[in-house]
Design a protein around this ligand. Structure first.
Ligand code: DAH
Length: 346
């Protein structure tokens, strides 16, 4: 049995190294390996000498060998047919090699949609670091030291605060970019900040330990809540169509005062109530508010002269809903069968 296996290996090496300069050589290959008196047939004939308990295992090896030789034959055939015929020239009627097209990731598609709507309003795109310090992710955003959102359960610390030195962490939201942009000291600011964020959550079909957000910020003299509402109305109309209704609910975020959450009528059921909107007819899409004076002060901006608004929204949820995807994990598994479905989308 050992001998038979060795023999197969030797033939495989031989086949692998075989190259055919012309169609005659390809035919020689076929006769030698795949012909009625060829190597594959004769090796197959050895099956009868294999003990019963090994038949299954060897059957597999022999079949693989046969496929191996057949595949080589096919590849020799196709490469030799593409060879330059010195009498008639190359065969220009042959089809070209197919070009494999990549595709944009559904999260990228959704991010681009969101960002481009604000770009049209004059918002400039910026990005910030995913590994962040405590100041930009929490303290400067008016999240005091004992705020519950800082709880270890939510935040991945790169270096735990007790280790001393800089408290590095994986940012829990894109609001850190607000601070970084305000700290640059150039006013007014009208920016849109997409990026990836991390939270220490159990991974399931509905939540993940990393996801994506888009943050918006507008700081200038005389910016009011009415400006915020008008901008977001425009966004909703462009994103979900003019028939979608909007509602603001009072809410709380440490970095804005007043704060609100914005809902739109469910774009799956149109507001009549379904599983997605939990029968309420409304889907929450973002948090927003007027930038808290403490946040402005932390960035050395004078709150008696400047005001501003900010908002933050997730990208995954609208993407799940738009593309009818039922498991958030699909976004990060790199399964080409999933990703290929977005080929051609821009
Ligand atoms: N950072 C918030 C979150 O991750 C979202 C948010 C709410 C951002 C209100 C804002 C805001 O800028 O004003 O849930």
């Amino acid at each position: 049995m050992e001998q038979l296996l060795e023999q197969i290996e030797t033939y495989k090496k031989e086949i692998r190294g075989f190259s055919a300069a012309d169609t005659k050589a390809v035919e020689e290959f076929r006769i030698k390996y795949l012909g009625t008196k060829g190597v594959v047939k004769s090796i197959m004939g050895e099956m009868k000498n294999v003990p019963v308990d090994k038949k299954k295992e060897f059957g597999q090896v022999l079949n693989d060998f046969k496929t191996f030789a057949e595949e080589k034959f096919e590849s020799l055939k196709s490469s030799s047919s593409g060879q330059v015929d010195t009498v008639n020239g190359p065969d220009l009627s042959l089809p070209g090699d197919p070009v494999a097209l990549g595709s944009r990731h559904p999260i990228t598609l959704m991010r681009n949609r969101i960002v481009s709507i604000f770009q049209r309003l004059g918002f400039a795109v910026a990005e910030g670091p995913e590994i962040e310090d405590d100041w930009h992710n929490f303290t400067a955003l008016n999240l005091h030291e004992h705020h519950p959102a800082r709880d270890m359960q939510d935040t991945f610390y790169v270096q735990h605060p007790s280790a001393g030195g800089v408290d590095w962490l994986l940012r829990t939201h894109t609001s850190n970019v607000q601070i970084r942009e305000m700290e640059k000291g150039k006013l007014p600011i009208r920016g849109i900040y997409p990026g990836r964020v991390y939270r220490n959550e159990t991974v399931s079909a509905r939540s993940h330990c990393f996801f994506h957000q888009v943050e918006g910020l507008y700081i200038d003299e005389n910016v009011s809540f009415a400006d915020l509402k008008q901008t977001l109305y425009f966004f909703v109309r462009e994103m979900y169509g003019k028939d979608v209704k909007v509602r603001f609910r009072p809410s709380y975020f440490p970095f804005t005062e007043p704060s609100a959450e914005m809902d739109v009528t469910c774009f799956i059921c149109g507001g009549t109530g379904c599983n997605i909107c939990k029968k309420t007819g409304w889907v929450e899409i973002l948090g927003c508010g007027m930038v808290h004076p403490n946040v402005l002060l932390n960035c050395k901006i004078d709150p008696s002269k400047y005001t501003g608004y900010a908002f933050g929204m997730g990208i995954e949820r609208p993407a799940l809903l738009k593309y009818g995807i039922n498991d958030i994990r699909l976004f990060s598994e790199n399964d080409v069968r999933f990703l290929n479905q977005f080929t051609g989308a821009i």
